[in-house]
Write a protein that binds this ligand. Structure first.
Ligand code: NI
Length: 191
């Protein structure tokens, strides 16, 4: 008996469609790796194919890790861009971002970081920020973010400048393992 001819009608692969690009789950840099300490470089062309590929892989990595934000240095790429999950708006991209506080109010909230797994810390940050930058098509993105979105933007922007959230903490007694903090809530105000 010879090998059977490939029976297209019984095959699950759709032969008419071009193959979709294979996405990769990237390795996340952990605290102590020098890529998290350096200042990242501006992106020369936000619409370049290699940036689109990086953003797609970062989206896959973020979905796998289950976070709400991911900056390029966290996947060992020292470029000024990050992704963040913006509530109902879904996953958003900001390339070469610029941030400035909107108003004088600040607020404390618990933060975690995929590069510092298992830990949480209470960080005081401006409650609202004005942001601008580019998306993955090269279009300008701008707006004002408040609450959780403002916090995520500032946390990710910090990664582009070699800053991790414990460096923003004023009381390191409020840094701990999430498991312990959930069992023994810290007394400071929870954001
Ligand atoms: Ni982080």
């Amino acid at each position: 008996m010879g090998a059977r001819a490939h029976d297209l009608s019984r095959c699950n692969t759709d032969h008419r469609r071009p193959r979709s690009p294979v996405l990769a789950i990237l390795k996340i840099a952990r605290l102590g790796h020098p890529v998290l300490r350096r200042r990242a470089e501006p992106v020369a062309d936000p619409a370049a194919p290699e940036i689109a590929r990086l953003l797609a892989d970062m989206a896959e990595t973020l979905a796998d890790a289950g976070g709400i934000g991911l900056a390029a240095p966290q996947v060992h790429v020292p470029l000024r861009l990050f992704l963040w999950r913006d509530g109902d708006a879904g996953l958003r991209t900001l390339i070469n971002p610029e941030l400035e506080p909107e108003g004088a109010a600040s607020e404390p909230a618990w933060e975690g970081c995929l590069s510092i797994p298992g830990l949480r810390g209470l960080v005081e940050r401006p409650a609202a920020v004005r942001f601008r930058g580019f998306d993955g098509t090269g279009a300008t993105v701008a707006g004002v973010a408040r609450g959780l979105a403002a916090r995520v933007l500032q946390h990710e922007q910090d990664h582009l400048d070699g800053i991790v959230y414990p460096m923003r903490m004023t009381d390191l007694s409020l840094l701990g393992f999430e498991q312990e903090l959930s069992r023994h809530p810290a007394t400071a105000q929870e954001g």
